[in-house]
Ligand binder design. Structure first.
Ligand code: 5GP
Ligand code: MG
Length: 177
């Protein structure tokens, strides 16, 4: 079944159930690596809000969460420029930071976030992203925790938008060409 958002059509691609199963596994993996470290999750708004909320609930160990807001997408293409709308408010110095992102595409946004966060002297930084597009990636950083690798196609749902619509879809849906 297809859904229309603005002028485009999308079809289910990763189901709600598949998403939840994968996030539970990521939570288990993070527990192994961080349960004694009281990590600071830093989620990137807007897209990652739903993933961050679910992931955080699967992380059953002492931890904190904070939010920053960076924006690079317009329509269905990366604008090539990253706007910082809300910066870091919580102290990052000496913390074990886990950056939470919905999707890494070119990697431009995450590269900026990593550069900014390094200046705040964390003890360690790792990245967890729900989705990763290996064919679009141009960065030179490692993403330790990846939910799903997907082809270089535009997706919405589960927090991800097409011009602000579609974030409330329960499945991740892909653009029908
Ligand atoms: P990057 O800077 O890695 O090119 O893009 C990162 C940001 O662009 C993501 O945080 C996300 O907000 C947005 N983005 C990248 N690919 C997609 C996509 O397929 N669908 C949607 N809705 N947003 C995307
Ligand atoms: Mg994002």
């Amino acid at each position: 079944m297809q859904v229309q958002v603005h002028d485009k059509f999308f079809r289910p691609f990763i189901t709600e159930q598949q998403i939840q199963t994968r996030i539970a596994a990521l939570g288990t993996q993070l527990a192994q690596d961080y349960s004694q470290k009281n990590p600071l999750f830093v989620a990137i708004l807007n897209g990652a809000f739903m993933f961050a909320a679910d992931l955080f609930r699967y992380c059953d160990f002492p931890s904190e969460i904070s939010f920053i807001k960076y924006k690079s997408y317009q329509n269905t293409k990366s604008s090539g420029e990253v706007n910082k709308l809300i910066g870091f408010s919580q102290s990052v110095k000496g913390r074990d930071v886990i950056i939470v992102e919905d999707i890494i595409d070119s990697g431009l946004t995450m590269a900026e976030v990593l550069q900014d966060i390094q200046q705040l002297q964390p003890n360690s930084v790792e990245v967890v992203t729900l989705l990763f597009k290996p064919d679009a990636f141009q960065g030179d950083f490692e993403t330790k925790y990846i939910g799903f690798e997907i082809p270089n196609q535009f997706v919405i749902g589960y927090g991800l938008d097409y011009n602000e619509q579609g974030r409330n879809l329960r499945d991740i849906c892909v653009l029908v060409p």
